[in-house]
Write a protein that binds this ligand. Sequence first.
Ligand SMILES: NC(=O)c1ccc[n+]([C@@H]2O[C@H](COP(=O)([O-])OP(=O)(O)OC[C@H]3O[C@@H](n4cnc5c(N)ncnc54)[C@H](OP(=O)(O)O)[C@@H]3O)[C@@H](O)[C@H]2O)c1
Length: 285
Amino acid sequence: MSLVVTGATGHLGRLVVEGLLAAGVPAGDIAAVVRSQEKGAELATRGVELRIADYSAPATLKDAFRAGDRVVFVSGSEVGQRVAQHRAVIDAAKEAGVALLAYTGVLGGPDADFALADEHKVTEQAILDSGLPYTFLRNGWYHENYTQNLAPVLEHGAVVASAGEGRVASASRADYAAAAVAVLTGEGHENRAYELSGDTAWSLVEYAAEVARQSGKDVVYRNVTPEQNREVLVGAGLPAPFADILVDVDAAIAKGLLARGDGDLARLIGRPTTPVADAIAEALK
Ligand SMILES: NC(=O)c1ccc[n+]([C@@H]2O[C@H](COP(=O)([O-])OP(=O)(O)OC[C@H]3O[C@@H](n4cnc5c(N)ncnc54)[C@H](OP(=O)(O)O)[C@@H]3O)[C@@H](O)[C@H]2O)c1
């Protein structure tokens, strides 16, 4: 039996592996599902077992899991292809007989009313249909979705979005990773869904004010129409279909769909969640 992390070379998965090691799990008890030996090389040197598999190639998933494994299944990043990919992962986990499949979905689960949530909803249902013991880690928005884009914000003195006065209860990736570690190493999480979000919901006006305060520059929130937002995102180099998805997320934020604060994240990690101000400070370093 191993503690298995898929997407282990991604931002979130890497933090989950680091968290397991920091929690004292021996490296030999951890398996990282990665797309290539090369990508996983650094983990392998630390004694983590590599299992090479691609969600898009079901045959490669045959050796990704073993009976009794407890798995953090990090959702794929190829929007539009994830239903087939995730079904292949679930089939492989079922075939192997894993003891727990903890899936990183999206805040609100079946009630999340925006396009980006669609593939997560189908995946959760497929996991329920599989009969496997599961945990739904319904992650809210990452702080880093905003703080990784500070350079253009500082350059133009504006946070541009079409989220109106909507609030976002975001948390850091590290907090979501800590929740996954708690579920993988703890007891009593079988067949439960956690609505994971930050303790404090903030508005983009407040976010821009905090960036201004910390950077010492003039930064304001410029609320634009969804069409203008799409133009800005496409102009910044995003593929049009992905720009549409992000504009749709802003509409969801405007409706308050990413603001819910159930407290599950703080309870799971045993401490308050990291404030967005800390993520801004980190990004400004
Ligand atoms: N809550 C949020 O705000 C938010 C924001 C963005 C994304 N997400 C979701 O959360 C997930 C984790 O976030 P993240 O920041 O860690 O994203 P990320 O850095 O893009 O990591 C995604 C991981 O999934 C792996 N992966 C993608 N397609 C795969 C495939 N076909 N077969 C095997 N592995 C595959 C990637 O492998 P490689 O390392 O080989 O590329 C990577 O390790 C994302 O994939 C996405 O579903 C959530």
